[in-house]
Design a protein around this ligand. Sequence first.
Ligand SMILES: [Zn+2]
Length: 141
Amino acid sequence: MRKAFLKKANATLAAMKDQLMAEIRQDLKQGREGSKDDGMDTYDLASEERDREISFILTDRDRGKLQAIEDAIERIADGSYGECESCESEIAEGRLEAMPFTRLCVQCQGDRETEARQNRRVEDDRAYRRLPTADLDEDSQ
Ligand SMILES: [Zn+2]
């Protein structure tokens, strides 16, 4: 990976994180305003407690996104950024520009999606086969 590219990716990721955190804080503030009677000033809370609250209100999707961004920033710092986690080849710069926190090259991402679809189909089959006998088992006394 070129240094200039890494620098740009780092800035992009930092901006994405700021943006996400700003949205989360905005949600938190709005939530607070809905319950005014506790008389507590949000900004007097210790930052540790604020962080806890922030992680509490995060949706799984936000949490996953934040984690992905933070991981990518770490990978830039330790020099493993831009390397596919599965096949270890370099991820195309164009792909990293579109998805700075991706961990997989196009090929492996595609493989994984195909795999996930196949697994889901297997799970569905199993669930379907379990059904007919489910309520006839020894549960009835
Ligand atoms: Zn790969």
